[in-house]
Design a binder for this molecule. Structure first.
Ligand SMILES: CC(C)(COP(=O)(O)OP(=O)(O)OC[C@H]1O[C@@H](n2cnc3c(N)ncnc32)[C@H](O)[C@@H]1OP(=O)(O)O)[C@@H](O)C(=O)NCCC(=O)NCCS
Length: 197
């Protein structure tokens, strides 16, 4: 497994002094992710991998193995955004194709991750609100999230943003010794046509 190479920017991120007053979400700037953000994106992801709450990925990932994450996204179809405070990446959100068949082209899957040191400041909410308001111009009319049933924080977050529980896949994941259920949450979004009607 190749080691993660941290840039000076990431080292600044790692040194983030949580003794300072926490920066509010209003300070967070949302922008398209670039390759230079990958180490910070992956650091946030790997912290979540270890919790066994957020993702079915069981082993930490490397920057090298996830370069395709960004190349599979594009700002005008499947964006990959980071939230940045004081030039440190504190969270990210990705739009992903839901299923490959054409009829699902208006439906996307969202993933959102926030650094543990920046949680409960409204950063995920800000990212999701931006995704919902951007959806019409991306040709998206339906958003879904695939969330483990034991991921209470995420279920509350998505519910707060108007997502409803659309389905349950029982015991579809084995995380170490535990069988886990997967909840499908979803919401429809306004389309350009709705907006102009
Ligand atoms: C879930 C997650 C993205 C929330 O990020 P966050 O920036 O802390 O969330 P916010 O501060 O924007 O919270 C918005 C609302 O979500 C709900 N919420 C967020 N975290 C919560 C928690 N730990 N417990 C209960 N509710 C929570 C609350 O309703 C909250 O509003 P409030 O703070 O006014 O009560 C974050 O905990 C995370 O990164 N978890 C790991 C990754 C993950 O599970 N992603 C989901 C799978 S795609």
């Amino acid at each position: 497994m190749s080691a993660v190479a941290f840039s000076e920017k990431d080292r600044r991120f790692l040194r983030h002094d949580s003794g300072q007053a926490p920066a509010p979400a209003e300070k967070a700037k949302i922008r398209d992710a670039s390759e230079a953000d990958l180490p910070a994106i992956i650091k946030i992801y790997n912290a979540a991998v270890a919790t066994r709450i957020s993702t079915a990925q069981l082993e930490p990932v490397t920057v090298a193995s996830r370069r395709h994450w960004l190349s599979e996204h594009s700002p005008d179809r499947y964006p990959f955004w980071v939230a940045e405070i004081d030039r440190c990446v504190c969270g990210w959100l990705s739009f992903k194709s839901f299923l490959p068949r054409c009829a699902y082209r208006g439906t996307i899957e969202l993933s959102v991750y926030v650094d543990e040191n920046f949680r409960r400041r409204g950063i995920a909410k800000k990212l999701l609100e931006a995704a919902i308001s951007r959806a019409p111009s991306l040709g998206i009319n339906t958003m879904v999230g695939l969330i483990f049933a034991h991921n209470e924080a995420s279920l509350k977050l998505f519910s707060r943003l108007g997502f409803e529980r659309w389905g349950l896949l029982p015991r579809v994941a084995r995380l170490d010794d535990a069988e886990r259920d997967l909840v499908i949450v979803g919401r429809h979004c306004a389309t350009h046509q709705d907006a102009s009607a």
